[in-house]
Design a protein around this ligand. Sequence first.
Ligand SMILES: [Zn+2]
Ligand SMILES: [Zn+2]
Ligand SMILES: [Zn+2]
Length: 438
Amino acid sequence: MAPMLERFVSPGKGNGLRATSGISRGRLVVSAEPLASCVSNMQAREVCHHCFTRRETLLRCSQCKMARYCDTTCQKQAWSVHKRECKCLCRLLPRLPTDSVRLAARAIFALLSPPKSSIGELYTLDEHESHLDSMPEQKKEGLSQLASMLEAYTQQEVSNLTQEVTSALPSSCRDALSLIAKVTCNCFTISDGELQELGVGLYPSLSLLNHDCRPNCVMVFEGTKIQLRAVQDINPGDELTISYTETLSLTEDRQKQLEDQYHFVCRCQRCESPEEDGLMLSGEKAKWSPLKEALSRLEGLKTESKWQELLESCSHLLSAADGEVPDENLYKLRITDMALDASVHLELWEEALRYGIKTLPAYRRHYPDPHPVHGVQLLRVGKLQHYLEFTDDALDTFTQAFKILKITHGEDHPLTFDLQMKMEECRCETDHKSSGKH
Ligand SMILES: [Zn+2]
Ligand SMILES: [Zn+2]
Ligand SMILES: [Zn+2]
């Protein structure tokens, strides 16, 4: 465990992690490699299964035809982890196991050729709750199906294990159902610097981090390495927390998600005094209701990449709401964000910039602490301004993005590094322009 933190029993929450010394905002608290990780099925064709880099062209594993790599170097380095998985995938073809089944299998395989450090990690996983006892029957049923799939998928490879190796597994990891229950409850979504989902991973020591709807830490990834950073000043003895849910959502929705997925009732300060819901629901209900009702249809269009139709619907709804619903309203903000996405996909840059700028004051109010989502939004808007040659505005927006990203991502993160290059470019362009005038 990193020197700044220790495990403790958090009242009402079970195990947790707390600070052993003061931790100032922006400080890297801990970084960790996963015990196991995999690119999600949705991203499998676009992301290297070894280094998790997104690329247009990737080499395909000639056997399973599922795993893809940047080049032969990534492929070679991945082989020790992919070897057993590859056989399992071939046996199940053309069926593809779900992400959680692939991840659970990788956790088992990690144990077959474990670096010493990962054994301790697995025992940490052994201590995690599976929540099977308190789970509704329907959910248990779903997990049982995943457990059967895990058994069918790993059958040959696992029955080949020597008795010795099997007995080295913590007891809870020998039973497919409790392993899959733990994996679904303790896995982290791995995303790139711009917060686009890449895959899933298990980081058992960080699974001890408890949730708070206004957390004092955030997690950002570099490849598959997780980095936990403080976004508030933390006192010695304070519990370290992260958010398991989307920060920008109503108390009722956060609580429902936490109960359904993580099986607890959140009693954090933000949940106990939900004033912010008022800001998220600002404006007259009769005016914003049509926006709320349209959301699921719009999200469907987004999932299907129907950008033209999405943009038309959003733009229609937003013009009707203009002047009637404040920009801070959560539903209006979500639709403005979708209009931004659609415009970017359609390469309508001026339109994208117009929507992007409209979201910024609302983001500022909704994210009182430095938050990756806010930093990345500023970065997106800055890039649009830069591309459209509003250089002074771009530099200003990039500067605001940098203030946040140096805390949430750190100054060494590739995204922050790229941002600094962009700021430098803006400065050069401005100098060039002003010297040209003389
Ligand atoms: Zn790679
Ligand atoms: Zn393969
Ligand atoms: Zn809460």
